[in-house]
Design a protein around this ligand. Structure first.
Ligand code: ACO
Length: 437
């Protein structure tokens, strides 16, 4: 359906001062709220709209992901996240996001072969790593090395060429686990492990992180399954901060490696992908169940910067469906690893129980988000907290690159250029340095 065909309704905006009114088209999607098309508003009225944190702004059209935050629903190309995590593999979900449909067996075999073909990184990248301090935060290294891919793969940088765009997408999906694992190995001073293409995506990632050249590595199927599920759960989440960053960077026709590096930078923040690290730090700080009320009071106190990490979401005003799946996975992983009564899991579940009965959290519709349980699983699997956001970036790369591809293939693509409400000084005469106070 073209945009024109679905323009049926109008929204009329009246300027109370002049009495002039403007007829703005309303555009309907297939699900979710309709939007008021304000693209011609400035030309017609001389006014901009003002929405600094984008709470009421649709920045693009997209066919990838739908979220109903009130009901706690997340769909990728129409499939529920619960069904995808139960029945699909991460690579199937990657195919779904990139190409629009779940692959049949032949398509999956072909796609898997294409991804495996690109798992190694240019050998020069090893030297690039050595320029970093060993104690650098893994996300700092990721921002650098992913951006640097554009210096190594010149043959897939032409964004106007469909085939080159596809190769870049495959390269990013294939190489991001390799780079993430190298980041971890560099941090702990162990040798880099070359990828093994006889393993599946999640197994290979765990092998590159936890294998060593001195010993044979046998992937644990329960942990590999949990890793794969974590990747699916984080694969895409419509126009969040990092995805919007990728789209805005890409709207200037920047190359995809540079755009994904921009997304990684945005994901790093504790209000976004950095929250799972912050959750574990918070659980350690709380320490024991008897301290929960004290920390809940701090979370509610507007004069205290402490917030309940892993709680609340800009879009979900209900239980984040991904948190439910992760809570189940958490139990499976801990059982497999023989961890009984993990104190942080028990603390997290008690914290969730008490918070969900507290009027402050109930009234504000603050529920656990995807980050609330993911840190506990990842830590149990052997990942240190500073790697959590990197794992999120590995998973989200498919969402970023699919959103980038969708945008670049849009015939009406124009550079993103928001406007502003200027509140600085009006024009004033220049003051010579000798006369300044
Ligand atoms: N703890 C305590 N109070 C909270 C929390 C929290 N975690 N989250 C929101 N609130 C309160 C706010 O103080 C505000 O209260 P008020 O109405 O009395 O002023 C109200 O709930 C609404 O919150 P906003 O900050 O306006 O919500 P916003 O949509 O801007 O922020 C965010 C969403 C950033 C996720 C926020 O809930 C938060 O900081 N949560 C903790 C960090 C976190 O878990 N981030 C991960 C998000 S998921 C992801 O990126 C994958």
């Amino acid at each position: 359906m073209t945009e024109k065909e679905i323009e049926k309704k109008y929204f009329t905006l009246t300027n109370d001062e002049t009495g002039e009114s403007y007829k703005l088209p309303v555009i309907e999607g297939t699900l979710g709220p309709s939007v008021i098309d304000v693209r011609k508003l400035y030309a017609q009225s001389g006014y901009f709209t003002f929405d600094p944190s984008f709470t009421s702004t649709g920045s693009c059209k997209s066919r990838l992901t739908f979220i109903d935050g009130e009901k706690g629903i997340l769909l990728h190309r129409g499939y529920t996240i619960e069904e995808l995590t139960e029945k699909s593999s991460f690579l199937e979900v990657c195919h779904l996001l990139l190409y629009g449909d779940l692959p049949n067996q032949n398509e999956l075999d072909e796609f898997t072969k294409n991804i495996k073909y690109h798992t190694m990184v240019n050998e020069q990248i090893n030297y690039f790593f050595r320029g970093f301090r060993r104690d650098a935060h893994p996300m700092a290294i990721m921002c650098g090395v992913v951006g640097a891919l554009s210096a190594f793969y010149h043959d897939s940088l032409d964004i106007y060429d469909k085939r080159q765009r596809e190769i870049s997408a495959h390269r990013l999906l294939a190489k991001i686990p390799t780079l993430a694992a190298m980041t971890y190995k560099y941090n702990i001073g162990q040798p880099f492990m070359y990828p093994r293409n006889d393993l599946n995506y999640a197994e290979n990632f765990l092998y590159m992180c936890f294998g060593v050249p001195a010993e044979e590595y046998k992937p644990n199927p329960v942990l590999a399954k949990a890793m794969d599920r974590i990747f699916i759960l984080h694969a895409d989440h419509e126009q969040n901060a990092s995805t919007s960053t990728v789209r805005l960077a890409g709207s200037s026709y920047a190359n995809p490696f540079a755009c994904i590096a921009a997304g990684i930078a945005s994901l790093w923040g504790p209000s976004h992908g950095g929250a799972n690290q912050a959750v574990l730090e918070m659980l350690s700080e709380i320490g024991s169940k008897d301290k929960i009320p004290e920390f809940l009071e701090r979370a509610k106190d507007k004069n205290d910067p402490f917030r309940l990490m892993g709680f609340g979401h800009r879009v979900y005003k209900n239980y984040d469906p991904r948190a439910g799946v992760l809570r189940e996975s958490c139990h499976e992983v801990l059982e497999e690893l023989g961890v009984k009564n993990e104190p942080r899991l028990e603390l997290a579940m008690e914290l969730e129980r008490i918070a969900l009965e507290d009027p402050y959290f109930v009234e504000r519709k603050l529920f656990p988000n995807v980050d609330f349980y993911s840190g506990i699983i990842l830590n149990a699997m052997g990942f240190p907290t500073n790697m959590f956001t990197v794992l999120f970036a590995v998973a989200r790369t498919v969402g970023w690159i699919s959103q980038w591809k969708e945008m670049v293939e849009e015939p009406t693509l124009r550079i993103g250029r928001p406007r502003q409400l200027y509140t600085g000084p009006t024009k004033r005469p220049y003051v010579d340095i000798n006369e300044r106070k």
